[in-house]
Design a protein around this ligand. Structure first.
Ligand SMILES: [Zn+2]
Length: 75
């Protein structure tokens, strides 16, 4: 499930919301109830990155073609 970070455009309150569907609309601000908070960078992609801090040599055949940056022991 994707978790999105939002910042309220009305009161600047930041909160995260776990979406059950990708098409789910943005939730209202829990502080002031304003609709359409601004979406920030998703923690979902950040947590994916954090859970995969390195790649295996199989995924990373050479130091010059590592698709993940300098994240594997081959560099
Ligand atoms: Zn608000």
């Amino acid at each position: 499930m994707p978790i999105y970070e939002y910042r309220c455009t009305s009161c600047s309150h930041e909160f995260s919301h776990r979406h059950h569907r990708y098409s789910e609309p943005a939730p209202p601000c829990p502080e002031c109830g304003a609709a359409e908070p601004r979406k920030l960078l998703s923690t979902f992609s950040a947590s994916v990155k954090a859970s995969k801090p390195s790649c295996s040599p199989e995924q990373c055949p050479s130091a010059h073609s590592c698709p993940h940056g300098k994240c594997c022991g081959a560099h």
